[in-house]
Structure formats: structure tokens, C-alpha cells
Design a protein around this ligand. Structure first.
Ligand SMILES: [Zn+2]
Length: 416
């Protein structure tokens, strides 16, 4: 499906640094790539409550990475999915009396508008599950035929396809827990909390995830080689990822609530399908809280990007408010974040307006560019990068073209 228009991305010339990024699986920093290319897959939204600030925070984190990689001269191939058919979407449609497909389309369009307003670089491929159903069904069939899948009968006489984690551990490049680093007990608890069904009768192992759900009354379904039904959640990312990218990719990203079971199980499916490990790095953005609780659909404590924009808030203010916190930290959203970001943007704009009509930039101008590159390449340390600009603005010497270009290219804030 179509993504959204790309903002302009100024070139800063040579000297960009390949960023180090925290790998959730190893608990260590590692170079985002060791070659001149980077393949990046970031899990997309389930389109029924888009775009809240938690979403924006996640996509902004990988936008910052994308920008840093491009500044370092790396060719980035970026893929993102849309979970445009899944239980939470169907439940929301049912509870509000909406058509699920219409709800998804409306929310995807809102997401595009918000991403464009926030100047997030679009993925090269933006792919919905609905447009990939037949390929996902083929992958499920392959997993069944190669012994990784098995049918579980339900009381209503339907048979759903599950993935056998124990078989995968014995016959693929994946080991349970290697992505998330969790203990079995922690995994069971999170599995139930995040859409899994550890207690379903007939499963071989409690953590086995659903691959394919047979057709049920009043649920959307498609006629495929594996039967009539719809895909489970984790297999979609394995199939969409492998359709466009070559394993092992450099980075699989998403909010920290996706690490288990979603990224773990997608990695398991990929290893079983491809015969090799899926990603060299699993990266996760922190969670935003509001009134002491994680911002989430189920709790209903969401702040929407579109609502803030409707109130007349400059999208650059939202961007600055989010960039002021390290992408991996969990933090509490407050009005003070917006007020602080508004003040900062005003100071920066005043400084930008004082710009010299110079013909060439001086060494001191490049000092800021270099320092910003250092900060951003250190596991996307945007709070430090913002402070560096603050200090430059305080110096009351006029802005230069290269500094404004760096603020635009690395932080996505256009001042001129
Ligand atoms: Zn995913």
C-alpha cells in the first residue's frame, strides 16, 4: 500500500558516523551495520487507535536511526507492515458497530497524515497483511509440511494451525528466549497478557503461537492453500520481512512491548522458514505513560498526535518533546513536555532568523555538526543533541546554513 511523502533530507557531506544501537537480545551496544547497507524492519501499527504518542515515539526513534545511517552514507532499505486484520481491530470494530475494513482504512490514512506532519521518513515498502494473505498462507503450509506446524481442534469443530516451539528449537537456528532474554516463567506471563493463549487445550507446548486461524462466523476470512481463515500475528512479519529483505537483516525494531512474544516468535518462524537467523539486532523503544500507567489502547489513556495538531500545536513541538527523552526510556507524558518544547522551538527559530547570508561555513559551525553526529550515533542520544543546539543558540552568534541543515537532517526539525 502507499506510504506517505518523504520530507526533504539535506546532505551534510562526508563525516557522518555509523550509529551504535542497543541490542535488546544481547544487552549491549553494537554498530547498526558493518557494511555500506542496512536492512531495517519496524513493526507497524494495528490500525484502530492511530496515532497516539507512544506510536509516534517508536517511529520517531527509527526515523532518527534512519537519518543517522543515511548521514553516514549507508544505503537503507526500510520495510514496515500494517496489521490490518487481527483480533484487537476486529474487537474494536464490533464494539463500535463499524466495518473492520473501513475502520482500518480510516486509521491507516490518519497514521500517514500524522507521520507526514511529523516529518518521519517513509519506509521503502509499507505492506498490509490483507494484501499478503496468500503468501502468508503459503508460508503456513510450508511450516506444516516441514514439521514445524500442527493442527489443534477446538470445541466448535474448527482446526487452527499452531507453531511447535520445541520442534523449532531442535531443527532451526532459533532457541526460545534468545531474542527476548526472558525466563520461561516470564514468557508464560507475558504470552497471556499480550494476545497468546498458553492454556488452550490441545497445544503441544504452552508458548506455541497461532499461525493460522480457521474461518469463524462473523470474522473476515480468505480462501487459501491452507484452508479458509486468517493469519496469526507473528507470521505476518516473518513473511512480509522476507519478501523484501534478505536474512540476516541488520535491525528488527518496535516498541518494547513487542519484544515478547511478537519479535521472539516472528524470529522463530523466520528461522524455520529461511533456515537462518532473521536479525542481527532486536531494538526496542520505551513506553510512554500517562497518569502513572502505560499509554495503551486497552487502558484508554491515549494522547493522539492528530488531537495535538488540531489544537494548533506545531508538529515540530511534538517532535522536540519526544526527542527530549532517550528513545529507550519509559517516561511520563506531561503538559510540561509540550511547554518546554514550545519554548525551545521559539528560541531556535529566533536564532535561525538571525542567520548570516554567508557564502561558506566556518570551523565553529562544523563543530556543532560534528558534536550532533557524535551524540546521535551514540545509541540515538537525541536529548544530548538537543542540548548541543541549545548551547549554540545561547551563544548568540548567528546561525549558519550547515548548522540548520544538520538540525534538519539529523533531528528532522526544519528551521529555515
Ligand atoms: Zn511485527
Amino acid at each position: 500500500m502507499k506510504s506517505w511523502d518523504s520530507p526533504t533530507l539535506p546532505s551534510l557531506g562526508t563525516g557522518g558516523l555509523v550509529p551504535s544501537i542497543f541490542n535488546s537480545s544481547s544487552g549491549e551496544l553494537q554498530p547498526a551495520t558493518v557494511s555500506d547497507t542496512a536492512q531495517m524492519y519496524v513493526c507497524g501499527i494495528t490500525p484502530y487507535d492511530a496515532t497516539h504518542l507512544g506510536h509516534a515515539n517508536t517511529y520517531l526513534a527509527y526515523d532518527t536511526l534512519n537519518r543517522a545511517l543515511r548521514d553516514a552514507g549507508i544505503k537503507v532499505h526500510y520495510v514496515q507492515n500494517v496489521t490490518d486484520v487481527d483480533d484487537p481491530l476486529l474487537e474494536r470494530a464490533k464494539s463500535t458497530g463499524a466495518d473492520w475494513s473501513q475502520l482500518a482504512q480510516t486509521q491507516i490514512e490518519l497514521f500517514r497524515t500524522d507521520m507526514q506532519a511529523l516529518r518521519i521518513l517513509p519506509p521503502d515498502e509499507y505492506i498490509g497483511v490483507v494484501e499478503t494473505i496468500q503468501e502468508i498462507a503459503e508460508a503456513c503450509k510450508q511450516l506444516l509440511e516441514s514439521g514445524f506446524g500442527y493442527w489443534v481442534e477446538s470445541e466448535d469443530g474448527k482446526a487452527d494451525l499452531y507453531f511447535d516451539c520445541r520442534v523449532a528449537e531442535q531443527n532451526s537456528a532459533w532457541k526460545l528466549g534468545e531474542v527476548s532474554g526472558l525466563t520461561p516463567g516470564e514468557m508464560i506471563a507475558l504470552f497471556a497478557e499480550r494476545g497468546g493463549d498458553p492454556d488452550r487445550l490441545g497445544k503441544r507446548n504452552r508458548l506455541d503461537p497461532l499461525l493460522w486461524r480457521a474461518k469463524r462466523e462473523n470474522e473476515p476470512s480468505w480462501s487459501t492453500t491452507i484452508g479458509e481463515g486468517r493469519p496469526g500475528w507473528h507470521i505476518e512479519c516473518s513473511v512480509i520481512g522476507a519478501k523484501f529483505l534478505d536474512a540476516p537483516i541488520q535491525l528488527s525494531g518496535g516498541g518494547s512491548d513487542l519484544l515478547f512474544p511478537h519479535q521472539e516468535m516472528s524470529a522463530a518462524h523466520s528461522a524455520a522458514l529461511l533456515g537462518k537467523r532473521w536479525s542481527q539486532c532486536y531494538s526496542n523503544a520505551g513506553m510512554l505513560h500517562l497518569d502513572g500507567e502505560k499509554m495503551s489502547k486497552s487502558r484508554g489513556n491515549l494522547v493522539f498526535v492528530s488531537s495535538l495538531l488540531r489544537e494548533g500545536i506545531d508538529p515540530r513541538v511534538i517532535r522536540l518533546a519526544l526527542l527530549n527523552h532517550h528513545y529507550r526510556s519509559d517516561w511520563e507524558w506531561q503538559q510540561a513536555d509540550l511547554d518546554h518544547a514550545k519554548g525551545r522551538l521559539n528560541r531556535w527559530l529566533n536564532w535561525s532568523a538571525s542567520r548570516f547570508q554567508e557564502t561558506k561555513s566556518t570551523d565553529s559551525n562544523f563543530a556543532l555538526v560534528k558534536a550532533m553526529r557524535n551524540a546521535v550515533s551514540n545509541d540515538l542520544d537525541t536529548p544530548s543533541a538537543l542540548e548541543l543546539v541549545d548551547w549554540r543558540v545561547l551563544s548568540e552568534t548567528p546561525a549558519s546554513a550547515i548548522e540548520l541543515a544538520a538540525i534538519n537532517a539529523l533531528l528532522g526539525i526544519e528551521l529555515d
